[in-house]
Design a protein around this ligand. Structure first.
Ligand SMILES: O=C(O)/C=C/C(=O)CC(=O)C(=O)O
Ligand SMILES: [Mg+2]
Length: 223
């Protein structure tokens, strides 16, 4: 069966590969050391949510944080991709949120456990429409912003990424094969913080795209 156009990448069921601690000021605000190589984790495709549907606070978390990020949509599969040809594998971009159950993440970190519960729950990856590659000539020259209830919380330039988009594509493709329709979240600038039920989140890439989401609570889960 044809998967259709990669511009609807969120319908493809492909990997969401996330990079953490890729901005020095964000690493510092969470009292983390600067990474010497990219910190990677995954979200499942069930994490996707589009405008018009709510972001859900997981029933097991009381501190859901926003993280605005530039997403890179993979347009050509590859393994062991050199940095010099990495951009040939990019179809385009998306504005993304890496919603994070921060309280659960802190517990996982304290116990030395993976971050799956904190990062991979349903609706943990709100995404914008696809942004064709030509609309962002330089992924290191993008201004990201996020407002909660009209108050600016995050504003930062991708110029401050520790590891560039070509470096990340090359690095990730030496760990796992990249496939058409995969999405790479490139990390968040400083200013992450909590959101609550009924809050309105607006996020944007300056001059390119913006999106709006509401926050709801996940229904209680009974055994
Ligand atoms: O190590 C921590 O305390 C938190 C790390 C993150 O949540 C990493 C990211 O997702 C990010 O920097 O964007
Ligand atoms: Mg993140």
């Amino acid at each position: 069966m044809s998967r259709g156009n990669v511009a609807r990448f969120w319908e493809w069921g492909r990997k969401i590969i996330c990079v953490g601690r890729n901005y020095a000021e964000h690493a510092r605000e969470l009292r983390n050391e600067l990474p010497t190589e990219p910190v990677l984790f995954l979200k499942p495709p069930t994490a996707y949510v589009k405008e018009g549907s709510p972001i859900l606070v997981p029933h097991y978390s009381s501190t859901l944080h926003h993280e605005v990020e530039l997403g890179v949509v993979v347009g050509r599969a590859g393994r062991e991709i050199p940095q010099t040809s990495a951009m040939e594998h990019v179809a385009g971009y998306a504005l993304c949120l890496d919603m994070t159950a921060r309280d659960v993440q802190e517990q996982c970190k304290a116990k030395g456990l993976p971050w799956t519960l904190a990062k991979a729950f349903d609706t943990s990856c709100p995404v914008s429409d696809f942004i064709p590659k030509e609309r962002i000539p330089d992924p290191a020259g993008v201004e990201l912003w996020l407002r909660v209830n009209s108050v600016t919380r995050q504003r930062g330039s991708t110029a401050h990424m520790i590891f560039s988009v070509p470096y990340l594509i090359s690095y990730i493709s030496r760990v796992m094969a990249l496939e058409e329709g995969d999405l790479i979240l490139t990390g968040t600038p400083k200013g992450v913080g909590a959101v609550h039920e009924h809050d309105e989140l607006q996020a944007g890439i300056e001059g390119v795209i913006s999106m709006t989401f509401r926050v709801s609570k996940q229904a209680a889960v009974h055994n």
